[in-house]
Design a binder for this molecule. Sequence first.
Ligand SMILES: Nc1ncnc2c1ncn2[C@@H]1O[C@H](COP(=O)(O)OP(=O)(O)OP(=O)(O)O)[C@@H](O)[C@H]1O
Length: 566
Amino acid sequence: MDVGIYALLGGLQFLWFWLFSLLLVASVYLSSTRLHALAFERVLRSPMAFFDTVPLGRILNRFTRDIDSADLALCDFFRQFYQNVGRSIGAFVTIALIVPIVLAPLIPLTVVSWGLVYIYLRTSVEVQRIAAISRSPLYAHYAETLQGLSTIRAHNAQHRFVAKADQALDDANTPYWYSLAVQNWVWLRVDFISHLLTLAVCIVVIAQPSRWDAAAVGLILVQATQMGSYATYAGRGWSELQNNMNAVERLDHYATALPQEPSRTQQEAGGKAVSVRTATRAWPERGTIIIRGLSMRYRPGLPLALSDVNMEVYSGERVGIIGRSGAGKSSIVAALFRLVEPSGGTVFIDGVDTQTLPLARLRRAIGILPQDPVLFSGSVRANIDPVGEFDDAEIWHALRRVRLYDRVAQHAAGLDMPVGESGDNFSSGQRQLLCLARALVRRPRILVLDEATASVDYETDAAIQRIISSSEWDMTVVSIAHRLQTVMSYDRIYVVDNGHVVETGTPSSLLEQCTLPADAAIARPDTAFYRMFREMDRRAVARMLAQAQEAASNNSRPVASAHQNL
Ligand SMILES: Nc1ncnc2c1ncn2[C@@H]1O[C@H](COP(=O)(O)OP(=O)(O)OP(=O)(O)O)[C@@H](O)[C@H]1O
């Protein structure tokens, strides 16, 4: 046969596998990037129950190892598979044209090879699935350890955590070892079969030496040797492709099947049309909150965290919610923001049933200062105004009000002053004040403080209370508090116990009975408030009584009845 034909065959072979594999790699890359975006978006919109039930390590695993498999490994194995399929076909056609008799052993050997690969795949896909899951505890352990580093050091428990990390690493690597063993099992056999093919070609050539010229013999021997390894690599590429498709399957589950918080369209389709009264851009104008018969559980099957809660917060009022740990204080906030949908009852804000509102509208309307100040690495400006809604003057004004003006103005970059990871270049009180600036710059009609001052000192706590009670902001304040002292200057207090509102009144009326002289004729009540009061130390009690007295003399402003707003 003419040498030109061999050259043409080789050239076509080369073109075929490069073009085809390039197209495939590009399409896999584009689709995996899209899958990643969809999965991440759905995780961000998942309800609270998802984060309560899925371990952090598993979520991290999806967005590290699985994304890596889908973005990089998958492309590589696609390329490996199609390139080597192309090469094998090219070699096969070349051999078949020169020595057609070789087709006889080739067909059974190929069938046996693919049979072995099929057995291997059934095992290795399962091993890979176990390998992927077994990494989650390792990631979760790292994340938890880094979060609780100070506690671990305080208890001198580093060795215990290092030993646990070693164990988790061993557990994560064990399936990998098994997957290597399974791979060696199959490739040893497939390699052996490919060498049998080379042997068959050699036998045919040696049996009739006069029939072939030296160039043709050289070509088919090279092609036969290479065809075996091409076929082996194609098989490896295919099996790894299957294994890595596990990652795509898991990402696809996140991208398409994760439960989501209700969107506006779902709410409308569900028959709860968005209230006409919310159409006014200024809603909520007064900031009244009425809660009627509210019950809530975190997930089906769990007991009620709130049961038949009734509350009224008038426009411009400052209301404290207190109670023991686990009493249900934060659950009221969760229901207010609809982080968890109520099982019964209604929350009205300025007369609008919050369940009829799109979630984004509801959550934008209420400012919140959480217990843990959440700051992102970036600039001060980006932390106070993440979506770029306010001009510099408004941001400086908010900073001045929370007394961080000097700290930021002294920095050469001004509002572009960098904020470190989790705000680590600010003290914990300053971080909380930055979060307060973020809440106040929006001038919300309602501000919720969820144990916002539990981890700051008394001075910062007092400063925050002074800032939010300033008449400048004119807002309704609902504050969840651990320290009784925090809410003693408030207009009213609700005491929560075991998911119920058990007492309510002004701070002075609740304190009145707790401070009766020991020989008073009236017995002290055995109330939840009194039990909390009894546990306070003397200095805190003295400070609190002074605050309550001062507040009672200042709180003479009238508050509108919330009922008028319904
Ligand atoms: N995410 C959750 N999943 C399941 N149950 C929860 C969840 N959060 C709270 N609970 C349960 O709901 C009840 C009320 O908890 P909640 O956090 O509202 O109490 P709290 O008064 O705010 O307590 P603390 O002052 O300790 O924060 C508790 O029994 C608690 O175990």
